[in-house]
Design a protein. Structure first.
Length: 478
């Protein structure tokens, strides 16, 4: 390392701590400041005894995609090993399926294996390793209330040189990394410092999540349907986690007043048990106090690039949800955050001694090239699904010329009929290959349409909306 830097990371969540470890192992000195004061307990106690008030989704269901597992094993193998030791599940979807559906095991099928755990357990493992990492100092209970600014470059681009803590302490740094998550205050801090030009795209994703966690000494439930199941006006997520625990989540439109009753445990169980492919996932011991609800989720992305293509600020980068966040149904956020941490490590390695403006420009360019397409694809899938749910609620059919919707339905239905379509779908769901790249391969679209031909809008067994509402109403009235 010819040009070691002092890097200050705002936020001790997954993205911040992974970035801190990667940078420290590359020779940089890293300080992490975290506003939540509570130190992490041992992983086995994290679910019961650790709350992160600054992370709204901390106790909501999570699933780490195969992309996350691949990155972690390649870049932080000791963290991957520690997660396994803490009980994280190595979950191979293909191993749960009948051989006839697979068309036989293939040499590259291991790429679809996930390594996943509940969020408190995951963060406790990562936090414990980061705290012991040489070159990393984690300061918990330290909020950031302002930015230190340095001399602008010759083009007049302002420079961030550190932060001011809530106690008024000034912490200087060669680079500030915003890993403050969905609630990152960075735009406001920049505005207070007189730095403008950050462009933010923001909209309500339109979904509400109703989730519960379960445990069984007998192991995880058998897989009888997709982990992500779609039905008339509702979705069902069944997600394995660590130490024979798992979560079940019902997803509805935020405008669906009739299904807000799902926060009631009786209504929730009645709904979850209505779907034969997922009902057995709730026949176990719940390990939470009740139905956890998450609403008001935004799709949001920030651009730190001026209209001419140059950066609006130097000395500062954003990673993970502080840069872009989406509705978590597809589970891509943690993978994107770790991927960005790796990209940042690589960029600092290759730009030793470079000017701050060059570093900033390269960062936002590689972020836009490699990760923004995943954000756009996620938002597009969210919008399409929400529009479908709203049509379900209104009893309207889909548009006759909805090619994207038809193709998506064919891909999902065809996965159960054609082993190649199954793997195409898993490549996308695992965040290994962009949908446009998978479907851009010769014959991929035709194969999906042929395999999914004749499938109904919702081919999985379950009640229509009217029958679901009736079941929920009876459960509440009983």
């Amino acid at each position: 390392m010819s040009n070691p830097r002092h890097v200050l990371v705002i936020g001790a969540g997954m993205s911040g701590l992974c970035a801190a470890m990667l940078l420290a192992r590359d020779g940089h000195r890293v300080t992490v400041v975290e506003r939540d004061p509570a130190a992490p307990p041992p992983p086995e106690a994290a679910w019961q005894h650790w709350n992160r008030r600054g992370c709204a989704q901390f106790r909501m269901p999570h699933y780490m995609l195969p992309r996350f597992r691949q990155l972690l094993e390649a870049e932080l193998p000791d963290v991957a090993a520690a997660l396994v030791a803490a009980g994280a599940a190595r979950y191979d979807v293909l191993a749960q399926l009948p051989d006839a559906m697979l068309g036989g095991r293939r040499v590259d099928d291991d790429r679809f294996e996930a390594l996943t755990a509940r969020r408190p357990v995951l963060e406790a493992v990562v936090a414990g390793i980061a705290a012991a990492e040489p070159g990393v100092r984690v300061r918990r209970g330290t909020a950031v209330r302002g930015l230190l600014t340095g001399q602008a470059d010759r083009a007049g681009v302002p420079h961030v040189a550190g932060v001011v803590t809530g106690e008024g302490e000034e912490l200087s740094a060669d680079l500030v990394v915003d890993a403050g998550g969905r609630r990152s205050a960075l735009p406001g801090l920049l505005a207070t410092a007189g730095i403008s030009g950050v462009v933010e795209e923001r909209e309500d994703s339109g979904f509400v999540y109703f989730g519960r966690h379960f445990h069984s000494p007998d192991g995880l439930p058998p897989l009888r349907g997709p982990l992500n199941q779609q039905y008339d006006s509702i979705g069902l997520l069944t997600l394995p986690a660590d130490r024979n625990t798992w979560s079940v989540t019902l997803i509805v439109s935020s405008h669906d007043r009739e299904l807000r009753v799902l926060r009631d445990p009786d209504a929730w169980y009645a709904a979850a048990r209505s779907y034969p492919l997922g009902a057995h996932w709730v026949d176990a011991e719940p390990i939470d106090a009740g139905v956890a609800v998450m609403a008001g989720i935004e799709d949001r992305i920030r651009s730190y690039v001026a209209p001419g293509g140059g950066p609006v600020v130097t000395g500062l980068v954003a990673v993970g949800d502080a840069w872009a966040c989406t509705n978590p149904t597809l589970g891509r956020g943690t993978s994107m955050g770790l991927w960005q941490a790796v990209l940042l490590r690589d960029l600092l390695r290759s730009s030793s001694g470079g000017a701050p403006a060059d570093l900033a420009a390269q960062w936002w360019r590689c972020t836009a090239d490699l990760l923004r397409p995943w954000y756009r694809a996620t938002v597009a899938a969210d919008r399409a699904r929400l529009a479908e749910i709203e049509r379900d609620r209104a009893g309207r059919p889909g548009p006759p010329d909805d090619r994207a919707g038809t193709l998506g339905k064919a891909l999902a239905a065809g996965a159960g009929r054609d082993p190649d379509v199954l793997r195409d779908l898993l490549e996308i769901a695992s965040m290994l290959t962009l949908p446009s790249d998978v479907l851009g391969r010769p014959g991929a679209v035709q194969r999906a349409l042929a395999a999914g031909a004749g499938a109904s809008q919702y081919p999985l067994p379950g009640p229509d909306r009217g029958a679901l509402l009736a079941r929920v109403e009876r459960a509440v009235a009983a």
